[in-house]
Design a protein around this ligand. Structure first.
Ligand code: ATP
Ligand code: MG
Length: 215
């Protein structure tokens, strides 16, 4: 999916978070976004997903102007086309691993246990489907979150510091899984990260600051 953001601006009351953010992510491209804490990286990612609102500019995915969709249409669009990975995993504690991964399929009215098992296998969690999240390590939980974000083959994967809570070795392995699965599906990936190692693997690195975004 091609993502085109034009002159995006976001403010809280009179305080701007960012202004004049213009960027494009091509089909299958991997773009990393870096910048100081508080500069608005998570906010920008949430705008890309239509999870947050903005005050100026446009967010357009494959010709769909997200700002023109009402809340219901946005939610439906997101279910179909976007996968999201958060720093804090956000795996549902009362569902087992397989149910967590199957959730986006369920929301689309699909039931596909072989695909869920295949995805668990692909992220190195074969056989762990019946476990509850509390029985997993941080690295395993993040791989559950990655499997869940990709299970419905979204065209766009958005990841907000997905390795921020992991030790360097585990972080590298989680990045391997994230990248290999994203590439295998031909999805575009936008990764927000403080990790230079993770950013170095991107096709392009963009620096966000209060003035805008630059290469
Ligand atoms: N509800 C809110 N009201 C007012 N200001 C807010 C609100 N939510 C976020 N902010 C501010 O918006 C700015 C951007 O926050 P954001 O979480 O996007 O930063 P970030 O770049 O992701 O930071 P980090 O690297 O620490 O995750 C911050 O300065 C934050 O204080
Ligand atoms: Mg953030």
């Amino acid at each position: 999916m091609t993502l085109r953001i034009t002159d995006l601006g976001k403010r809280y009351a009179e305080t701007p978070v960012f202004e004049h953010v213009t960027l494009e992510v091509a089909d299958g491209e991997f773009v990393a976004i870096v910048g100081e804490s508080g500069v608005g990286k998570s906010t920008l990612l949430n705008c890309m997903a239509g999870l947050d609102s903005w005050d100026a500019g446009r967010v357009v995915h494959d010709g769909t102007d997200i700002g023109m969709l009402d809340a219901d249409a946005r939610a439906l669009w997101r279910r179909r086309h976007v996968g999201f990975v958060f720093q804090a995993f956000h795996v549902l504690p009362h569902l087992d691993v397989a149910q967590n991964v199957a959730l986006p399929l369920m929301l689309l009215g699909r039931n596909d246990p072989p695909r869920v098992a295949g995805m668990l296998d692909a992220v190195g969690l074969a056989g762990l489907g019946p476990r509850l999240p509390q029985q997993l390590s941080g690295g395993q939980l993040q791989r559950v979150a990655i499997a869940r974000a990709l299970i419905h083959a979204p065209a766009l994967l958005l990841a907000d510091e997905p390795t921020g809570n992991l030790d360097p070795g585990t972080a590298a392995r989680v990045m391997d899984v994230l990248l290999s699965q994203t590439r295998a599906q031909g999805a575009s990936l936008v990764l927000v990260t403080h990790s230079e190692t993770a950013a170095a693997r991107a096709d392009r690195v963009l620096h966000l600051s209060a003035e805008g975004i630059r290469v």
